[in-house]
Design a protein. Structure first.
Length: 404
């Protein structure tokens, strides 16, 4: 059943709200910003960009409010109050901050919400998560919640500058339990492929699932054996409001594979790598990258998780998926990863209705058809660093001109 208007929603219409219903939800006051307007450009195909408010609080430690309000809980944890208006303020690496967001919610009893960092936030190794009053969980906003949203922000690799109005994370509105089972994922892939390898739909054997769809690492890279980037230490200040203006070499160093297509991660260093597979999210689905199972190794493989409808999708069929940027960190000890190793999972939810705009050209997305791991804040190199190996039909990871 296709739901066209907000008044048609109920517990009997499970799914993720698309952009047209998100716009109606804003008009109805489900999401508002007090005296400020929620801009239409904040509305994505299946999510809403949330904006920083005018004030940040440097806090002693992270916390969950439990049975208290956030304001009450944080009152004796605050070290400093910081003004984010005008030119903004500097957030130091490895220090936790709490920032009240501009948007507040007044959700109906049958609507809940989920939050995740934006892709560009995750690629800068800026850790964020939403906190709400009387909550036991991060990033999950319970059904019927009415109140403020607070963002915990911890820059992990770089000291950054942020300012009021900047969007670091996103919100999805969800009704019921729209998650596709593994069997449903396989059936969907048979009739409408969602996973590709080397430009073709993944075979049954390559389509690995366990409460979600596995993705693996590409550790072959280019002829120079480069497979991604590692964050430098003791870098310059990075202004998160400035796009395409930071020199790559000031913040990143190239990562090269070892023989046998593997890589040993230094503990607590941040790496940007690419998935070996390409993902296609059709208009009727939304996807999310889920946490890596720690029993499989001391490895964290993502910091930003939403894949909106249209990611890697082209109605003409010209685009056979987009590769996923994987944000990777090993903990405690050096950790070896290998080409093709499964390191993360994607879960897929049904949309209530197909969105009227899709990820990609409809909204000027930065990472459609991506062949480079770095985010939008960095300058593109003026020329390719090297050519791909002869006979390799994959685009060069470091050639910006090969991108769609």
């Amino acid at each position: 059943m296709t739901v066209e208007h907000l008044e048609d929603l109920s517990e009997a219409t499970p799914g993720v709200l698309p952009n047209q219903l998100l716009s109606e939800a804003i008009a109805a006051g489900w999401i508002h910003a007090g005296e400020l307007r929620v801009p239409e450009e904040s509305v994505q195909p299946a999510s809403l960009d949330l904006r920083l408010g005018p004030t940040a609080y440097r806090i002693r430690c992270s916390f969950l409010p439990d049975d208290e309000s956030v304001d009450d809980k944080v009152s004796d944890l605050t070290i400093d109050k910081i003004d984010l208006r005008d030119d903004g303020a500097v957030l130091e690496a490895h220090k936790p901050y709490l920032i009240p967001l501009a948007e507040e919610v007044e959700l109906p009893p049958f609507v809940r919400a989920k939050a995740n960092p934006k892709s560009s936030t995750g690629r800068l190794d800026v850790f964020t998560r939403v906190i709400t009053d009387h909550s036991y969980r991060f990033d999950d906003i319970r059904a019927g919640y009415q109140g403020r949203l607070y963002l915990e922000v911890v820059p992990l690799s770089f000291t950054v500058r942020v300012r009021q109005g900047l969007s670091l994370n996103q919100l999805r509105l969800v009704i019921g339990q729209p998650r596709l089972s593994d069997d449903e994922l396989r059936e969907h892939h048979r009739r409408d492929p969602i996973l590709f390898r080397a430009g073709r739909p993944a075979t049954e054997a390559e389509f690995a699932t366990a409460d979600g769809l596995f993705l693996s690492l590409d550790l072959r890279g280019d002829e120079a054996q480069r497979v991604g980037h590692r964050a430098r230490v003791n870098t310059r200040l990075l202004d998160m409001a400035k796009v395409g203006s930071h020199r790559v070499e000031d913040y990143w160093e190239p990562v090269h594979r070892e023989p046998r297509d593997r890589l040993v991660l230094d503990p607590e260093r941040f790496y940007l790598l690419l998935s070996d597979e390409s993902v296609r999210v059709p208009p009727g689905l939304a996807s999310e990258m889920t946490a890596y199972d720690p029993t499989s190794g001391e490895l964290r493989t993502h910091y930003a998780g939403f894949f909106d409808p249209g990611f890697g999708f082209d109605p003409s069929g010209a685009l056979q998926g987009s590769r996923a940027a994987l944000e990777v960190r090993a903990h405690d000890v050096p950790f070896m990863i290998e080409h093709g190793q499964r390191v993360c999972k994607l879960t897929f939810d049904r949309m209530i209705s197909p969105p009227t705009k899709l990820y990609g050209g409809d909204i000027g997305s930065n990472y459609q058809g991506q062949i480079e791991t770095l985010g939008k804040h960095f300058q593109k190199p003026s020329r390719p660093a090297s050519a791909p190996p002869a006979g390799d039909d994959r685009p060069n990871l470091f050639d910006p001109d090969a991108s769609a």
